[in-house]
Design a protein around this ligand. Structure first.
Ligand code: AHG
Ligand code: MN
Ligand code: MN
Length: 336
């Protein structure tokens, strides 16, 4: 059960900035802006069931704006907040084809990639959804930044995190010094430290995969999942299956309780030759978080997710992520 520590997320970020005398405060500022966006999205998500009711009077909400679909709302909220925050030079969103520039005169030294609303299929049915973000340092020469600032490998991220809109709203992030989880107290509008220094259990209790696709998988993937179902009281197998269909929610549960999540590539269908999940917005940020928590993320041919050099903004990648011992076992099955 999470305890309220009284440490707000702003204080935690400021404290960790103090450990780095060379820091300018820009990353702190960037994270603070993202936190505001998260609170706005969280408030909207909590109202989702009322959207039609509120929208009846000409489809405008309380601010007089047209009621938007939640994923468009989340995307627009993050873009609007970040384009003139002054801390980033360029953005990319899972919902937009190309790079998203920031306003002239507001160019900063970081690049931001995000999945504004992850688990869209769960929006209308009151199941947990999330937002994922990934931050790199700008490396291009010009002020305005370009695609190369976003096409950097996961190992070079300076921060990554997600917000989960679940039974409570939580923000989990890392800047390379452990993984910390904060729970939103909606009555005061603050995130409080509830899960300091999260460590993912070495061994999984759960496996998470869309098993309906078994017939599309390669044989080694099938063998590995069959192995998880074998009875072995010593190792705790068979594991339990949990699959929500929102990466953020499936990942979060596995991070806290121990688990392995898989979205492998298909052998037969041609529409998912590289799986479904996107390297920049989903796989790489989760891989940084899991590494910082003591876990591991690989592709289904055994490569480290954090070492992949992205070739395109919307590149997909097969993802196996979670408890270290289990991901290592999966690697042996899949590459052996
Ligand atoms: P998004 O809603 O951002 O497009 O992502 C959905 C993703 C991910 O959250 C989840 O793990 C996966 O889709 C589920 O896909 P299947 O329905 O194919 O299992
Ligand atoms: Mn997603
Ligand atoms: Mn999405």
């Amino acid at each position: 059960m999470a305890k309220r520590s009284g440490i707000t997320i702003s204080r935690q970020i400021m404290d960790s900035q103090r450990l780095h005398p060379e820091a300018t405060g820009d990353l702190t500022g960037l994270l603070s802006e993202l936190i505001v966006a998260a609170k706005i999205i969280s408030a909207e998500v909590n109202m989702a069931g009322l959207a039609d009711i509120l929208g009846q009077s000409g489809s405008t909400n309380i601010q007089g704006e047209v009621v938007q679909k939640l994923d468009e709302f989340a995307n627009a909220t993050i873009k609007r907040r970040m384009e003139q925050c002054g801390y980033i030079c360029i953005m990319a969103s899972e919902e937009d084809d190309g790079v998203i520039p920031v306003l002239e005169g507001y160019e900063g030294k970081y690049a931001l990639a995000f999945d504004p609303l992850d688990g869209s299929s769960n929006i209308d049915v009151n199941v947990s959804i999330g937002t994922i973000f990934s931050i790199h340092r700008k490396r291009s020469a010009g002020a305005s930044g370009d695609e190369s600032d976003l096409l950097q490998k996961g190992a070079d991220q300076v921060a990554a995190g997600y917000i989960i809109y679940g039974s409570s709203t939580m923000l989990v992030y890392t800047t390379g010094e452990g993984v910390h989880g904060f729970t939103l107290d909606p009555s005061v509008g603050e995130f409080f430290l509830s899960h300091p220094d999260i460590r993912i259990p070495e061994r999984a209790r759960y496996y998470s995969v869309n098993e309906a696709y078994t017939n599309y998988w390669f044989e080694p993937t099938r063998r590995y999942i069959d192995y998880l179902k074998e009875i072995d009281p010593d190792s705790g197998r068979p594991y339990s299956l949990r699959y929500i269909g929102s990466l953020v929610a499936d990942f979060h549960r596995n991070l806290i309780s121990g688990g392995i999540f898989l979205y492998p590539r298909d052998s037969k269908s041609t529409d998912k030759p590289d799986g479904k999940l996107r390297l920049l917005y989903e796989a790489a940020p989760m891989a940084m978080i899991v590494r910082e928590a003591g876990g591991l993320a690989i592709t289904d041919d055994g490569r480290d997710i954090l070492e992949i050099e992205p070739a395109g903004l919307h590149q997909r990648v097969p993802l196996i992520i979670g408890s270290r011992a289990d991901v290592e076992t999966a690697r042996r099955f899949l590459t052996g």
